[in-house]
Design a protein around this ligand. Structure first.
Ligand code: PLP
Length: 409
């Protein structure tokens, strides 16, 4: 197998869309990836040939919709190597998945139990635990980060104590791009009986992975960052845990029987899919993941890392540029954040967009505690996907150079 960035890029109609001004250089895939034509077509085909509600219908269309929805579940299970598709729950996204665990697993915790997060988490992996803290009086522990934006796992084996019930960490930081040493965390958690939840929002788009081999308990990610539609995401959880957890939302097909004397719940995964799920969106996500699973990820990651290296080298040469995150290519992905001395991240992003067509993200990236740790209000972030090429990096570095000259005046 091999990887042809131009052929991959050709799958995405956005890159042929007419724009006013400079051509698009999309370096904001960490916020939302673009969507390939095959996913757009799959969603449209579903809605024009098999649109009906799932599970409860007995007519042909309902059966077709249910089959398509369950096929998508199999595609997710295949992409993440889940031991069973029953362990795959469709949610609204990473945020929805983590909130589900915070409720259904978290409400089973007692006052004084600990949930351990890290200083670099996205707010979606902090606030649900703070809400749990308010409901249940659990303690929220924080793993600090190193100066180069990685989890500081020094002494993690001792840090995970007898009251630590859950360690909830990002697989890859949406700010620093650092990839977490999950093996070490999982081993330490196992040794003390704690569970591990992984926020995989930034890792999932970079190729298939193996939840069984990671030896974690819950894994969350979003469709829209994984070249799929908006409004759908995934929670994977170990069957025995999901089976033991009470439902989070009530209504629809999450029941076995409803009566005023009491109700009983459907088996997993239906127990956690109250109401009408995002059906066409799940179908689109299944198509996206099947397509991703076919790619040569060794070659793609080499391509992404080469571009990341070019960005890191270019940033190092810019006057007054402070990188937030690892300066090398080991154990990181193509998510690069930096601050330009004296310049507001929003001004930088607007300038490079207007002058060079470069789409970046500027601000706190929903990681305010991390910004505080580094004494910044925000950063500029470039995030890569396989469709990026050298012209995107050239436009970025040219734009930043000009932004410094122009905005610093
Ligand atoms: N976690 C991380 C690491 C993210 O990067 C994001 C989105 O930027 C989220 C969680 C939230 O994802 P969503 O808004 O799709 O729920």
């Amino acid at each position: 197998m091999s990887f042809d960035p131009a052929a991959f890029r050709a799958e995405f109609p956005i890159f042929r869309a007419p724009f006013d001004g400079p051509a698009l250089h999309y370096l904001d895939s960490g916020a939302s990836a673009q969507v390939p034509q095959r996913v757009i077509d799959a969603v449209a085909r579903h809605d024009s040939t098999a649109r009906a509600n799932v599970k409860r219908g007995v007519h042909r269309l309902a059966e077709a919709a249910t089959e398509a929805y369950e096929t998508a579940r199999h595609a997710v299970a295949h992409y993440i190597n889940a031991p069973s598709p029953r362990e795959v729950i469709f949610t609204s996204g990473t945020t929805g998945a983590i909130n589900l665990v915070a409720r259904a697993f978290g409400d089973g915790l007692a006052e004084g139990d600990e949930v351990l997060v890290s200083e670099l988490e996205h707010h979606s992996n902090i606030v649900p635990w703070q809400l749990l803290q308010m409901r249940r009086g659990v303690r929220l522990g924080v793993i600090p980060v190193t100066p180069d934006g990685r989890l500081d796992l020094d002494g993690i084996e001792e840090r995970i104590g007898p009251r630590t019930r859950l360690v909830a960490v990002a697989h890859c930081s949406n700010v620093t791009g650092a990839v977490t040493d999950l093996a070490r965390i999982a081993a330490a958690a196992r040794a003390s009986g704690a569970r591990v939840l992984v926020d995989g929002a930034q890792r999932a788009p970079h190729g298939p992975f193996d939840v069984a081999a990671l030896d974690v308990d819950f894994y969350a990610f979003s469709g829209h960052k994984t070249f799929g539609p908006n409004g759908v995401g995934v929670l994977w959880g170990r069957a025995e845990l999901l089976e033991a957890m009470p439902p989070f939302l009530g209504g629809g097909e999450m029941i076995s029987h409803v009566g005023f004397a009491g109700s009983s719940w459907a088996p997993i995964p239906a127990k956690f899919e109250a109401g009408t799920p995002p059906i066409a969106q799940a179908v689109g996500l299944g198509v996206a993941l099947d397509w991703l699973a076919e790619q040569d990820w060794g070659a793609i990651l080499a391509h992404e890392m080469r571009l990341t290296g070019r960005i890191l080298d270019g940033l190092a040469a810019l006057p007054g540029c402070r990188l937030l995150g690892p300066s090398g290519l080991q154990q990181r992905l193509g998510v690069v954040s930096f601050a330009l001395e004296g310049l507001h991240p929003h001004d930088v992003c607007q300038f490079v967009d207007a002058t060079h067509g470069v789409a970046l993200r500027g601000g706190h990236h929903c990681a305010q505690p991390l910004m505080e740790r580094f004494g910044l209000i925000g950063t500029v972030r470039a995030s890569l996907a396989p469709y990026n090429d050298d012209s995107d990096v050239d436009a970025l570095l040219d734009g930043l150079g000009e932004a410094i000259g122009h905005l610093r005046g």
